[in-house]
Design a protein. Sequence first.
Length: 342
Amino acid sequence: MNKKKFTYKKSGVNIKAADNFVNFISNVSSKKKGKKKFSNIGGFGSITNIPNGILQPRIVACTDGVGTKIEIANILNKYDTIGIDLVAMSVNDLIVQGAKPLLFLDYISINKIDLKKLKSIIKGILKGCRISGCELVGGETAEMPGTYEKGKFDIAGFAVGVVGKNKVLTKNKIKKNDLILAVPSSGLHSNGFSLVRYIINQKKINIKKNKFLKSELLKPTKIYVNEVLKLIDKNLINGCANITGGGLSDNIKRIIPDKLVADINLNQIKTLNIFKWLKKKGISENEMLKTFNCGVGFCLIINAEDLNKVTKYFSNYNKPYVIGKISEGINKVKLSGSINWS
């Protein structure tokens, strides 16, 4: 008789550790002024209400991750900001449609449950949810030995928002002579890290000892929800674009109507030191523009006469500025000039 005992724990999956993590999430995310707001975290599904006062509500949903920025977090053993990135990458997409973020769910897959690491990630997710005014209502944590190497993991986020039918931002609102505004990014956000890591590896740079990179690479993605929703409520936006993978050109052309062109002057872009650093490592401007946000985290398209009204909704450090206008044409986007990389 075979007396060897086979257990799930011996195979590498610790259900008790996962349950402890779920209890932690439930406790830190469901308390608001001493009262539980969501008691169904850890259940099979989560239920929430559609806010009152939204006429003919439309549901908007999206999902995203943070890519290989995770590998930088692993190198620096710092996980308290990538949760903010995770929320930002989805909620910044929601507001492009005019939607208010309502709820958020996360998915974490990992080689082995590491409560310290996971708690740090989830605290970042909760912070991102607070900034964007949505609620973490559930998620999934999967312990997957054999799929991920030791210490490796991945995260994904899922956001749902709501917008009234008359507030949905469509291409139809964009017209000739509208202004294109750049809203500054906080840095790399969560795109282009495979190229960043390739350069670091090729140049044999120790980011643990490089103060500049150590401070720059894990800066969390800026969340634009509060300012943009206020502008939408005041009917001050004709269109907007979240500048993520593909850079300025590929993202803004997604919202430009036929027979119109986003005419952008690159001379006007105020880039950041991290992009100047990358450019000096041997990346062409064209490659920079299609890989990174280059300092433009979000774009607004507005009526020219509303410029002063729009900028008042932003603080000085992230105040939007004009980088172009909408013209007649067929190519969706026209880039002229060059960014000042010095």
